[in-house]
Design a protein around this ligand. Structure first.
Ligand SMILES: [Fe+2]
Length: 474
């Protein structure tokens, strides 16, 4: 071995030894050298830049011909644009892209001020895949795809989430991503309120958008507000988070004062109705009745935050049931999707005939004439006690869930899946001419998930919110 060869070999050995030793240094040894990890602050993690983020698709109008998109930038972006083209298999589509100028507004949050921009694409062709991007002319998002709805009642799926609310980045992200991996072609995602815990926390909204990431830019969302989207006012009372309207472009045809929180839209053969169960219940009753009276869709899906049938006795929403259930009964709404109770419960078709607040839940009066199925679900990690209710055909405690609902002609197939993708609850509704829906129960034989004796509620340390008793105002 020459001196030079020896030196080369020695260096290699020294390098390998250093790497090996480095690998063996205990992680906590760093603390002995004065290095303490620092938490990344929300104002750093969620600081807006000129590059668009929090991009989300929603609808303000007909999903066959329109699509709304909203995004966020730093305040230096004062003019923003969206470009759109029919997507092609090759990279040539940008040559045919049209540009639209966004409507922009400033939003002052607890972390600073950002600009929110929105564009509504109109005059789109039904059942067509589009590519779009958003930006300021220099800083652009990637090109995203979305597809318009068909004018025909073709089969499709959608996803429904109960409360996400807590630990959105660490614990809810896995649920929305598992749901996407199970139903990547779903046409939209319903969020039944309490998307976040603190109405005016920009960091929490940042976590919520971060969990969905690019999925929000490709699969439209249909959100309704829960009590946690209602911010406390210094003078008392509550008001819808001032994040809500700048960041979600939704229909404004609800009763006055409930714009973008009470709305309806039609996706193929399904009428979707989103209600605001936090306020002005009585104003929404005649509106709901009118929408349902004029409805021509065979399927009706209603979503709002507070349950008609709670999964715990001390969380009953009698005022809501008094206001809305007679209308839901009258029009034989097919399914009602809610949250708020941080557990799972689903009724069958023999739902008790309860329309006022004077009758306790679970009485043996039944109404076999409506066929409405009521669901309470939770997707985030905050868990409350479940008190099994007689009306619930399937319940769960301490379980994060998402639901995939598939509609094909006269059949609606429902599946609730756990955060790990296992089917936990399932049924099929079938339309029957002149009769209420037929329910085919497909509940798996797995035991109901209940908290183990002696264990504490899972995950979040968040305190339960005050349950609504005689009214649903938070
Ligand atoms: Fe809630």
């Amino acid at each position: 071995m020459t001196n030079r060869t020896f030196l080369v070999h020695s260096s290699r050995w020294a390098l390998m030894a250093a790497i090996t030793l480095g690998c063996l240094i205990p992680v906590n040894a760093h603390e002995g050298h004065g290095h303490k990890p620092k938490k990344v602050l929300d104002e750093d993690a969620y600081r807006p830049t000129a590059r668009p983020d929090r991009i989300i698709l929603t609808w303000t109008a007909d999903p066959t011909t329109t699509q709304a998109v909203t995004w966020r930038t730093s305040t230096e972006v004062t003019e923003a644009f969206a470009e759109i083209a029919i997507a092609t298999s090759g990279p040539e589509f940008p040559k045919t892209a049209k540009s639209l100028t966004a409507k922009s507004e400033a939003l002052k949050t607890n972390l600073g001020t950002a600009h929110y921009h929105s564009v509504v694409f109109t005059e789109l062709a039904p059942k067509t895949k589009y590519a779009y991007r958003v930006g300021d002319g220099e800083n652009w998002s990637e090109w995203f795809h979305f597809s318009t709805a068909s004018e025909q009642p073709e089969p499709f799926s959608f996803i429904y989430f109960g409360d996400a609310q807590n630990d959105l980045r660490s614990m809810w992200s896995r649920v929305i991503r598992e749901a996407y991996s199970d139903a990547p072609k779903a046409k939209f995602m319903i969020h039944a309120g309490d998307l976040i815990n603190t109405a005016e926390s920009d960091g929490e909204w940042g976590e919520w958008f971060g969990a969905g990431q690019w999925l929000n830019a490709m699969m439209p969302s249909v959100p309704v507000p829960g009590n946690h989207e209602m911010a406390k006012l210094p003078e008392g009372g509550r008001k819808l988070s001032h994040h809500w309207r700048p960041q979600f472009a939704l229909p404004q045809h609800g009763p006055q004062g409930l714009e973008e929180t009470c709305f309806t839209m039609v996706y193929q053969n399904v009428r979707i109705i989103g209600l605001n169960s936090n306020e002005q219940l009585d104003a929404q009753t005649p509106w709901l009745d009118k929408v349902l009276s004029e409805n021509k869709c065979p399927w009706v899906v209603c979503t709002f935050h507070h349950p008609v049938y709670s999964t715990a006795k001390d969380r009953d929403n009698a005022a809501l049931r008094t206001a809305w259930k007679p209308i839901l009964d009258k029009h034989k709404v097919d399914i009602v999707l809610t949250g708020h109770d941080h557990s799972y419960g689903r009724t069958g078709l023999d739902t008790p005939l309860i329309t006022t607040g004077n009758v306790p839940t679970g009485v043996n009066t039944t109404d076999p004439k409506t066929g409405t199925v009521y669901v309470v679900s939770v997707s985030g990690p905050k868990m409350y006690n479940l008190q099994t209710q007689p009306v619930m055909k399937r319940s769960a405690e301490d379980t994060q869930l998402y639901q995939i609902i598939h509609i094909d002609g006269d059949k609606l197939k429902y599946e609730a899946r756990t955060a790990t993708g296992e089917v936990y609850d399932a049924f099929t509704l079938e339309k029957q001419p002149g009769k209420i829906n037929k329910l085919i129960d497909q509940t798996p034989s797995t035991p109901e998930r209940r908290r183990q004796p002696g264990s504490v509620p899972a995950a979040s340390a968040s305190k339960p919110s005050t349950p609504a008793k005689t009214a649903v105002a938070p």
